[in-house]
Design a protein. Structure first.
Length: 232
C-alpha cells in the first residue's frame, strides 16, 4: 500500500517537471518531443495547449513519441523539413549536478534523442530529483547503441576501454532500437571522467551512439516534494 502511494507521488512530480518546461513553449515554435515516462507528460501538456490554440510543430525522438503526438493531434514533422529546432523537452536517466551532463537511453531512444538535441537551440531536461547525481559515471550502466553486424567484436573493443557490456534484452530476445540496432548497457569504473569516456566511445568502430550527453543541456527542471527548481 505504501509503495502505491509513493509511485503516485513520483508520477505527480514528473508531471510537475513536464508542465514547468512546457510553459517555455510559445506560438510558432518547432519543438523536439522527448521519449520516456516523464516526457509523456510533456507531450500530453503540449497536446492540451494545442487543443487550446497553440501552434507548434513537433519533431519526435521515437516512434512512441510520434504515436502519442498523433493521438493528441500535435502536428509532427521531420528534421528534413525543419532542420532547426527551437526547444526540445526530454527526460534523462541521470543528471550530473554542476555540469548538467546526462546519461540517457534507458528507454532505448538515445540515438534519435541525441540527433534531435543536437539540432535544438535549447535542450530542456525534465526529471524527478532522484535522477540527480554528484558524479555522472557511477555503477549505473551507460547505454551504447551498436550496429548488429559484428556486435560481439564491438563488445571486445569496448572492453579495452574498461567496459563491462551486457546486451539489452526484451522478453528473452535482443532489444532492437527504432533504428534496428542493439544496445549494450555498459558499466565503467565509477569516477571515470565522462567527457574522456564519451570521446573514447566516439572512436569505437560499430558504436552508433552512446547515452552520454556532454555539454548539450540548457536547463534542467527538477521536481521534488518542495516544487520544481530550474538548474542552468
Ligand atoms: C529514452 O531513451 C531515455 O533517454 C529517456 O529519456 C530516459 O530514460 C528518461 O525516462 P523516464 O522519464 O521514463 O525516466
Amino acid at each position: 500500500m505504501k509503495i502505491v502511494v509513493m509511485q503516485r507521488d513520483e508520477t505527480e512530480l514528473k508531471r510537475a517537471a513536464a508542465e514547468s518546461a512546457v510553459a517555455l513553449v510559445t506560438d510558432g515554435m518547432v519543438v523536439g518531443l522527448g521519449t520516456g515516462s516523464t516526457s509523456t507528460f510533456a507531450v500530453s501538456a503540449l497536446g492540451r495547449r494545442v487543443k487550446e490554440g497553440l501552434r507548434i510543430i513537433g519533431i519526435p525522438t521515437s516512434e512512441r513519441a510520434a504515436a502519442q503526438a498523433r493521438e493528441l493531434s500535435i502536428p509532427i514533422s521531420s528534421l528534413e523539413e525543419h532542420p532547426s529546432i527551437d526547444i526540445t523537452i526530454d527526460g534523462a536517466d541521470q543528471v550530473e549536478e554542476g555540469s548538467l551532463n546526462l546519461i540517457k537511453g534507458y528507454g532505448g531512444a538515445l540515438l534519435r534523442e541525441k540527433i534531435v538535441a543536437s539540432a535544438s537551440r535549447k535542450l530542456v531536461i525534465i526529471v524527478h530529483e532522484s535522477k540527480l547525481a554528484k558524479l555522472l559515471i557511477t555503477d549505473a550502466p551507460i547505454p551504447i547503441e551498436v550496429v548488429r553486424f559484428g556486435w560481439q567484436t564491438t563488445v571486445r573493443h569496448l572492453e579495452t576501454l574498461g567496459a563491462e557490456p551486457a546486451i539489452r534484452k526484451n522478453a528473452g530476445q535482443a532489444f532492437e532500437t527504432d533504428g534496428g540496432n542493439y544496445i549494450l548497457d555498459s558499466r565503467f569504473k565509477p569516477g571515470t571522467p565522462a567527457d574522456e569516456l564519451a570521446e573514447g566511445l566516439d572512436h569505437i568502430v560499430g558504436v552508433v551512439e552512446h547515452g552520454l550527453f556532454i555539454g548539450m543541456t540548457s536547463e534542467v527542471h527538477v521536481a521534488s516534494e518542495t516544487g520544481v527548481r530550474v538548474l542552468k
